[in-house]
Each structure stands twice: as C-alpha cells, then as structure tokens.
Design a protein around this ligand. Structure first.
Ligand SMILES: Cc1cc2nc3c(=O)[nH]c(=O)nc-3n(C[C@H](O)[C@H](O)[C@H](O)COP(=O)(O)O)c2cc1C
Length: 177
C-alpha cells in the first residue's frame, strides 16, 4: 500500500465474540483481530458494526440464527454509525457466515453512499474463503471500486498472530491504492 497522507482510511468490521468453530471461546473475535492489524498498519480508523440484538454466544445457536437471517435476507438493526462518506479507502471485514456476510453487514452497507470509494474486503473463515463476496459487495455498494480481498483462517488470526500479521502486510503491499 502506498502511503499518501491525504488518503483517509476507515476499517469497518463485524466480528462475533464467544464460542466459535475451531477456536473455542474467545473474548475478541477473529475478524476483530485482523481489523486491528489493518488499522495499525494503515493508521486507519476502526469502526465495529454491532447489531442491536446480539447474536447468541454459543456456536450452534449462532449458526442457526445466522442461517435463518440469510434465508429471510434479513436486515438486522445495527447500533450507532460512522460517516463512511468522509473516507477514501474503506476496509470491510467480516466472518464468512454460510458463504455470505452476516446480514448485519448489509444493513450497515445499505445506509451509506459508496460512490467513488475504494473498498477492500477482508474475511476470516474456516475453509470457504471469500466465497466470491467481492461481487456481492460491489452490488451492495454501487459506485465503489472493490479491490482484491484477503481471506484468512479464523484460527490463524486467533492463534498464530505473527503469521496473520505477515499475511495482512503482504496483502496491503499488493493492494495498489
Ligand atoms: C454462523 C456461522 C456460520 C459460519 N459459516 C461458515 C462458512 O460457511 N464457511 C466457513 O469457512 N466458515 C464458516 N464459519 C466460521 C467463521 O467464518 C470463522 O470462524 C470466522 O473466523 C469467525 O470470525 P469472527 O470470530 O470474527 O466472528 C461460520 C461461523 C459461524 C459462527
């Protein structure tokens, strides 16, 4: 990533804390950890998408709620907001849920005007990678340029932080901003 002081960077993310596949119980979600690494490397501002109604802490219950929301194409309400329009480059992070983004991420995206922005997706997952999400993000964020995303194993983010940081840095270097 080229460092241009005039470029304003925002790192928006959704992450689930509690019990999760492959990592057990955690106090900071996998995507949250990656988001902090990106914010640290870019000097960007962090913003967490927090649903008004928290997802269940236990993995199986969360999986079920997420499945139902995806089937309904729900838009769960989210808390607070940030003036994303004021930023030039927006990193968008989320866990892969059912080969999609959590529906609360769509709620956030649909509140904003993304024209002229560069959007860089990053996701944590346990095998499905980005699941072609760049296209879905481009559809939800009309007028934005969506760059090549980063997919990282959640367990790597949680338990092998040096490895994760290395992957983040090399992705940022390859992102031609
Ligand atoms: C509701 C739910 C659905 C998931 N669906 C998938 C999936 O379809 N593919 C996959 O690779 N991982 C899936 N996972 C695993 C998460 O993507 C992975 O654990 C991720 O790192 C969680 O990030 P977080 O801690 O930031 O929430 C799912 C996890 C949950 C809780």
């Amino acid at each position: 990533m080229k460092t241009d002081k005039k470029v304003k960077v925002l790192v928006v993310f959704f992450s689930h804390t509690g019990e999760n596949y492959a990592v057990g119980n955690n106090t900071k979600g996998n995507t949250h950890i990656v988001a902090e690494m990106i914010a640290e490397a870019t000097g960007g501002r962090l913003f967490e998408i927090v649903p008004e109604k928290a997802y269940p802490e236990t993995y199986q219950e969360c999986v079920e709620v997420a499945k139902q929301e995806k089937e309904r194409n729900a838009r769960p309400a989210v808390r607070g907001d940030i003036a994303a329009e004021e930023y030039d480059v927006v990193f968008l992070g989320y866990p892969n849920w059912w080969s999609d983004m959590p529906m609360a991420v769509y709620t956030f995206l649909e509140k904003h005007d993304w024209s002229g922005k560069t959007l860089l997706p990053f996701c944590t997952h346990e095998g499905s990678g980005l699941s072609g999400m760049e296209r879905k993000i481009a559809d939800a964020c009309k007028g934005a340029t969506v760059g090549r995303g980063l997919a990282l194993r959640g367990a790597t983010a949680q338990n092998k932080r040096d490895e994760a940081r290395k992957a983040v840095r090399s992705w940022l270097e390859r992102s031609d901003l």
